[in-house]
Design a protein around this ligand. Structure first.
Ligand code: ATP
Ligand code: MG
Length: 187
């Protein structure tokens, strides 16, 4: 069990804004990796997922093993405009706005050390969210909270507010030779 002395004193912590973007694999799994790492110190982590929410992924059950320190909350409605999506655009947009409001509330609650917005960059790019609303949330981040924004195609303005930006670059992906998504690796 983590001891109180192992916790990073909150007044000393400088909360960072981290952005994981690019078209290579590893953005969401990097978020999950940081959650595993932080839970090891007894830190509280919440990961809100945009767009995702209609399919099952291994991390939904993996996250339960890290409860109550780690909460993973899918708040999307699935693929937008592709893969047989039959939902009107406004349904996706309403879900994304609700997810952003939920993230903001948790970020400001004082109960979390790390707040992760998974696929939020994609939600902005698809115009499910107003860029300005995401920028406002980043600017409102309490000093001691780490905020992580993932998803390909992050907006330039989001990058400008970040302390760390990593762009995953695909060099090779099995998808290119017809190998489909793999359990435990991709989902
Ligand atoms: P992961 O969840 O594995 O960390 P990711 O978050 O970086 O991936 P997303 O853009 O969210 O990637 O896409 C999710 C899915 O798309 C994953 O199953 C991933 O393997 C797959 N994927 C990622 N990069 C590529 C690529 N360059 N070509 C094809 N599929 C990809
Ligand atoms: Mg992802």
């Amino acid at each position: 069990m983590p001891q109180p002395k192992d916790r990073i004193p909150e007044k000393k912590r400088r909360g960072l804004v981290l952005v994981l973007t690019g078209d290579g694999k590893g953005k969401t799994t990097s978020c999950l990796g940081m959650a595993v790492r932080a839970v090891g110190y007894g830190m509280k982590v919440v990961m809100i997922q945009f767009i995702k929410g209609s399919l099952h992924y291994g991390e939904l059950d993996g996250a339960k093993r890290l409860a109550p320190e780690f909460e993973l909350i899918p708040m999307g409605k699935g693929f937008v405009g592709i893969m047989g999506d039959a939902l009107p655009f406004y349904v996706h947009a309403d879900a994304a706005r609700e997810a952003l409001a939920a993230a903001r509330e948790r970020m400001l609650s004082g109960k979390y050390d790390i707040v992760i917005l998974d696929e939020v960059n994609v939600a902005v790019r698809l115009r499910l969210l107003d860029l300005e609303d995401v920028l406002s949330l980043v600017r409102e981040k309490p000093e001691n909270v780490h905020l992580i924004l993932s998803g390909r195609g992050a907006h330039e303005e989001v990058l400008r507010l970040a302390h760390l930006v990593t762009e995953m670059r695909s060099v090779k992906h099995p998808f290119e030779i017809g190998i489909e998504a793999e359990k435990g690796i991709d989902y």
